[in-house]
Design a protein around this ligand. Sequence first.
Ligand SMILES: Cc1cc2nc3c(=O)[nH]c(=O)nc-3n(C[C@H](O)[C@H](O)[C@H](O)COP(=O)(O)OP(=O)(O)OC[C@H]3O[C@@H](n4cnc5c(N)ncnc54)[C@H](O)[C@@H]3O)c2cc1C
Length: 304
Amino acid sequence: MTAGSWVLMSLSILKNVKLADYTSWIIGGEAEYFCLPTTVDELKEALQFVKQNQLPVAILGGGSNVLVSDQGVPGMTICLRRFSEISTEIKNDRIYINCLSGTGKSELLKVFLKNQLAPALFLAGLPGDVGGGVVMNAGVAEAFMPREFMELVDAIEVMNLDGEIKKIEKSELNVRYRHTDGWQPDIVIRTFMSWPLEKDLSILQKVRDANKVRLSKQPLDMPSCGSVFKNPEGHKAAQLIDQCGLKGFRIGDAQVSLKHANFIVNLDQAKASDILNVILHVQKTVLEKTGIQLTNEVVKLGQF
Ligand SMILES: Cc1cc2nc3c(=O)[nH]c(=O)nc-3n(C[C@H](O)[C@H](O)[C@H](O)COP(=O)(O)OP(=O)(O)OC[C@H]3O[C@@H](n4cnc5c(N)ncnc54)[C@H](O)[C@@H]3O)c2cc1C
């Protein structure tokens, strides 16, 4: 044990960990306390530490939809990216998938691809973890089947700060565009999914083609968090931003992507404050020129 770390029963808790290393924007200050639980018991240990020390808690999945403050995040940041386990069962012409919330969407994609099922196409190119997919109800614009993550989900399991676990059926959740409610303030720990076993023999080719299209339309070679703004009803955020002449608009190293106007990319050393100022400028300009208010899809962690 060092001055900046604690080893509980089996979990290490670290102090002052740079969160930029855990986000797809590669931006953000330090977590005051940080841990990477791999099992349900380790997550419980983390929460006991939180309770004993009366710390606020922030949850990080794959970090592909968060803007972490330059001032960092006070209290405990629990990063779930190693909280990963997936199992499948085939019964009555359906595949049933049960996974811990830190399981990567890419692992889920492999299951659907192996079984030649349509959700592989939906999941191709969706970064982050399964838990982040549930919380954000991640979705795609294309007419794929499914189009939203929660279409795959039957139920979730959550853990509260006392380490108690409860199952919530999808019917008890409030599923909306890019957001799921009804599980807060707990932590999503497990997801139960199922899909009919209707094989699509050309699914691999469709995934390859979709990946090519994404590569041509999105700046996947640069750090980003995907689409920054939700699409306002009846509009596409990217089109509105483009129409307002904002492609390429830059503050510091934060720039509205030249390739996809709803992406803000980190050119090199962008700070969270640069990204936020670009967001505010885009919102103000779009509102002034079109009368439409853009709202954030990306979630802020820490103080802004
Ligand atoms: C290149 C790129 C392309 C993208 N394309 C798309 C796209 O096509 N469609 C789309 O919808 N999104 C897209 N995104 C955004 C992002 O990948 C999704 O929103 C994803 O589902 C977020 O998952 P995550 O694990 O990274 O969540 P994080 O970014 O880690 O977290 C997001 C929010 O969920 C909370 N959270 C995460 N896990 C849990 C949990 N287990 N329990 C409680 N709270 C939790 C966090 O606290 C945070 O508030 C893209 C991002 C990138 C970088």
